[in-house]
Ligand binder design. Structure first.
Ligand SMILES: C[S@@+](CC[C@H](N)C(=O)[O-])C[C@H]1O[C@@H](n2cnc3c(N)ncnc32)[C@H](O)[C@@H]1O
Length: 261
């Protein structure tokens, strides 16, 4: 991701902050499932970082692990403001996950849910590893390549432009963990499926959270092309509505004993 794309992503999330909670059903489900994997005493009352905290949905649970020692970080200022409103007293830091403004070994637990897919994997995971204590734990989720597969296929009916972001495969995430000196203690892939009444509603979910930034910025579609995309997607309709799949990679990792990071 170049710096222009980074700024576009940052401002899309910034603009979405006020309405984010209405649209973040997937993000909330994923975070709750990750929270069930938190070991009791995971942070042992030590310091906890939520990297890419968004509006701070996870902060109340993390606060229980961290007591007063909780840091919420995001590069979108409006997201951080919402996080502060949700968890008054949290230390809120506006910064980029690729360059965490903390010294090495500062956190006992680093939590990052559905943010790494917006980052360059190895540099971002490298930063998470760097700020972990030697016995610290990383709890992370990110998206895999099957994510939004139905939408990708529907767009492919009209042209070959990549209109849907691509996501790293489990093998790439594994390799990045390894490069960063992180040892996976848990590595699971889960498919989450949301059902929506229309293509418009599928797209609203993505736009609602500010995730409607594509790397390629293809030309807008004509009305006829939109109708073709809709017709293609309609073929997948079930009794519950139009399905949208999200492949979620859930990772719990520790620093590898060799401490290469
Ligand atoms: C999809 S939201 C997830 C938010 C929250 N973790 C949740 O589960 O609801 C992604 C968040 O990551 C933030 N983000 C994306 N890239 C980032 C980066 N490089 N540095 C810091 N924050 C970033 C966005 O501003 C946004 O708030």
């Amino acid at each position: 991701m170049d710096s222009l794309e980074r700024r576009r992503v940052q401002s899309a999330f910034d603009r979405a902050a006020l309405r984010y909670d209405q649209w973040s059903e997937l993000q909330q489900r994923v975070a709750r499932d990750l929270a069930t994997t938190l070991e009791p005493g995971a942070a042992a009352g030590g310091w906890v970082l939520d990297a890419g905290c968004g509006t701070g949905d996870a902060l109340p649970w993390l606060a229980r692990h961290a007591q007063e020692r909780l840091v919420a970080l995001d590069f979108a200022p409006a997201m951080l403001q919402a996080a502060r409103r949700r968890q008054p007293g949290v230390a809120a830091v506006c910064a980029d996950l690729h360059a965490l403004p903390f010294c090495a070994g500062r956190f006992d637990l680093v939590w990052t849910s559905l943010t790494l897919q917006w980052c360059r994997l190895a540099p971002a995971l490298g930063e998470c590893a760097r700020v972990l204590t030697p016995a610290g734990r990383l709890y992370a989720t990110t998206l895999g390549p099957a994510t939004l597969g139905e939408l990708r296929t529907a767009f492919a009916a009209v042209d070959t432009h990549p209109r849907v972001r691509s996501f790293s495969a489990a093998a790439e995430v594994s390799a990045a963990l390894d490069v960063c000196g992180l040892l996976p203690l848990r590595f699971e892939t889960r498919i989450y499926t949301l059902y929506r009444p229309s293509l418009r509603a599928v797209l609203d979910d993505i736009k609602g959270i500010g995730a409607n930034v594509s790397a390629a910025r293809p030309a807008p579609l004509s009305r006829a092309a939109w109708r073709a995309v809709e017709a293609q997607y309609e073929r997948l309709r079930t009794a519950q509505g139009l399905p949208t799949s999200y492949e979620v990679l859930q990772v719990v990792a520790a620093r590898a004993p060799s401490g290469r990071s």
